[in-house]
Design a protein around this ligand. Structure first.
Ligand SMILES: *Cc1c(COP(=O)(O)O)cnc(C)c1O
Ligand code: SF4
Length: 327
């Protein structure tokens, strides 16, 4: 598979866009540099080369460290979803009926500045198949489970060989019927979507689904749209999830364009998440009232199937929860 890259100034030198990124990096404030020390800048060179770094925009704000990340508000948490408490076995989370989530890696191709897992990257996770045995045994014992979700990190940073081997073990558990993958890869590293990925996803007995994480239409470069199309043409249902982010997609025009682009790329909008209150990302927070106004606007502008569900995650809740309509 294509490896992920920690962006370095030596990659793709002399490309004008990369030169302007290098320029931005040289002029980062000491606070932004400190933010990058805590959560490094990471971006694949091919994506870096598509972003006009000299202007502030929806993509620079998702990936460039900012001084505001050092402002920690009361109520912001290191582990906002209390994953470390919810955890039963290493790498596995079962919070909702019928679904077991496996964190198959902590690695991602990009580092998104708003990430709720930004402080959890050192989490020790099972790596080899043998390390997954306790989780596999627990899934086999629990007949209420129907679906396994590969999450992370980004599961598609792992090779198809490793994913296929784990999937084969899951497919041997009779009560499982579905396998879902949550990933940002088709958008940030579209070349990851190769035949070798479709091969095992189509071959497994489990019904495959893929949920792609994308926040702005500008992320949907033709190469990303081609990767999504390849998945859909391979018979994989593709849904979207996004995070509502101040200064990135918190206006009706940006969201309308995002969802129009997604449905035209044959992706069905699924969730629009309220930001999890993680320390270092408070400057991306959108108020409930504004979020609900945006949803009302989307409902007027888009076909019904193009409108995502606005949700937030509450520790201890039995499902993702909607927002009260009168906040
Ligand atoms: C979000 C999530 C799921 C999936 O929830 P859906 O509503 O089915 O998309 C499953 N397990 C955990 C731990 C989750 O955080
Ligand atoms: S790809 Fe997902 S898990 Fe990885 S940094 Fe971005 S938001 Fe976080």
């Amino acid at each position: 598979m294509t490896p992920f890259f920690q962006y370095t100034a030596n990659d793709a030198q002399d490309h004008p866009v990369v030169n302007s990124l290098n320029d931005r990096l040289r002029h980062l404030s000491p606070e932004a540099r400190e933010a990058a020390r805590q959560f490094p800048l990471r971006i694949p060179p091919a994506l870096a080369m598509r972003i006009p770094w000299e202007v502030d925009g929806p993509l620079t704000r998702q990936f460039l460290p900012a001084p505001e990340e050092l402002n920690h508000a009361p109520g912001d948490a290191i582990d906002p979803l209390r994953e470390r408490q919810a955890q039963g076995l290493p790498g596995m989370l079962i919070k909702y009926t019928g679904r077991a989530l496996l964190k198959v890696t902590t690695e991602c191709a990009v580092h998104c500045r708003f990430c709720f897992r930004r402080h959890l990257r050192e989490e020790p996770l099972p790596r080899r198949l043998r390390d997954w045995e306790p989780a596999l045994a627990a899934i086999a014992r629990d007949h209420t489970l129907k679906e396994v979700i590969y999450s992370g990190g980004d599961p598609l940073t792992l090779s198809d060989r490793r994913l296929a081997r784990l999937t084969a073990r899951l497919a041997a558990i009779p009560h499982l019927t579905r396998l879902r993958i949550h990933t940002r890869m088709p958008v940030v590293t579209p070349e990851r979507v190769q035949d070798s990925l479709l091969d095992w996803m189509k071959a497994t007995r489990l019904t495959p689904l893929l949920v792609v994480h994308v926040n702005h239409a500008d992320e949907l470069h033709p190469s990303a749209r081609a990767a999504l199309e390849k998945l859909v043409e391979g018979g994989i249902p593709v849904l979207s999830q996004s995070v509502l982010l101040k200064g990135i997609n918190d206006n009706l025009e940006a969201l309308t364009r995002l969802y129009e682009t997604l449905i035209d790329a044959r992706v069905i909008p699924y969730y629009l998440h309220m930001l999890d209150p993680v320390a270092g990302a408070g400057h991306f927070q959108v108020s409930d009232a504004h979020a609900l106004r945006l949803m009302a606007g989307l409902q007027e502008r888009l076909p019904g199937y193009g409108v995502p569900r606005l949700v937030r995650e509450e520790p201890g809740a039995r499902s993702k929860t909607g927002l009260p309509s009168k906040p």
